[in-house]
Design a protein around this ligand. Structure first.
Ligand code: AMP
Length: 225
């Protein structure tokens, strides 16, 4: 099983590219943001505690997130061709814990980190106009739509909603947190020789093409369907 990390600032398109790779490669998508939001909706003590951090755009404490990811790794089906970590790791202790858990479970750590590079202005533009479907989890950009209009999911017909942390103050904080706590991981993975930089400013299709190129360069025919 290949161990892939989708890395980049909030709004860089990690979730969107992950769902493409799930379709294309049969990969398993492990998003800590999705897991934490689900725990919040279910009202578990972990979820309720996490929600306070998430709504403010802060990182949920390392121990909580590492525990959650370890549980998922322990349950991974070895027959899955690839696992995609989306939004994890976001700090050096998380990266160290991930390397250790994967090595113990599968004998190798992270194989490739796909870094989606975009600038802050583009992050702000994308996230303030991002809406999600509460039923299928689909992500949509409504920049071209009339803001007074009720916008429905193309697939489910359910009204799209905005994440509580997609407001300008929380976005600014998330960018600051990314710079101070998450960006140092770029150097860490560069040092390990596992980082692939991808221009995240193009269209979804263009970025997907670049992601596939990076996968082919690393794994050859083994991965590229
Ligand atoms: P995301 O859906 O990846 O944008 O994550 C939304 C929020 O969940 C983040 O702003 C954090 O508050 C929290 N979160 C997600 N992943 C992590 C992580 N690896 N470490 C700490 N907090 C996280």
């Amino acid at each position: 099983m290949k161990h892939l990390v989708l890395f980049g600032p909030p709004g860089s398109g990690k979730g969107t590219q992950a769902s493409r790779l799930v379709d294309k490669l049969g990969a398993y998508h492990l998003s800590t943001g999705v897991l934490l939001r689900e725990a919040g909706t279910q009202g578990t003590p972990l979820g309720l505690e996490a929600k306070r951090y998430m709504d403010a755009g802060e990182l949920v404490p390392d121990d909580t997130v590492i525990g959650l990811v370890k549980e998922c790794i322990a349950q991974l089906d070895a027959a899955i061709p690839a696992v995609l970590f989306d939004g994890f790791p976001r700090s050096l202790p998380q990266a160290t814990a991930l390397e250790k858990s994967l090595s113990e479970a599968a004998g190798h750590g992270v194989d490739l980190v796909l870094m989606l590079d975009i600038d802050d202005a583009e992050v702000m533009r994308r996230l303030t106009s991002r809406r999600g479907c509460p039923k299928c989890g689909g992500i949509f950009n409504i920049a071209d739509r009339d803001p007074s209009e009720t916008i429905l999911c193309e697939k489910c017909g359910v009204e799209l909603v905005q994440r509580p942390d997609d407001n300008p103050e929380a976005i600014a904080n998330r960018l600051e947190v990314y710079r101070s706590q998450t960006q140092p991981l770029v150097e860490h993975y560069e040092g390990l020789g596992t980082l692939a930089r991808i221009d995240g400013s193009g269209s979804v299709d263009e970025i997907h093409g670049e992601v596939m190129d990076a996968l082919r360069r690393k794994f050859g025919a083994e991965i590229a369907r």
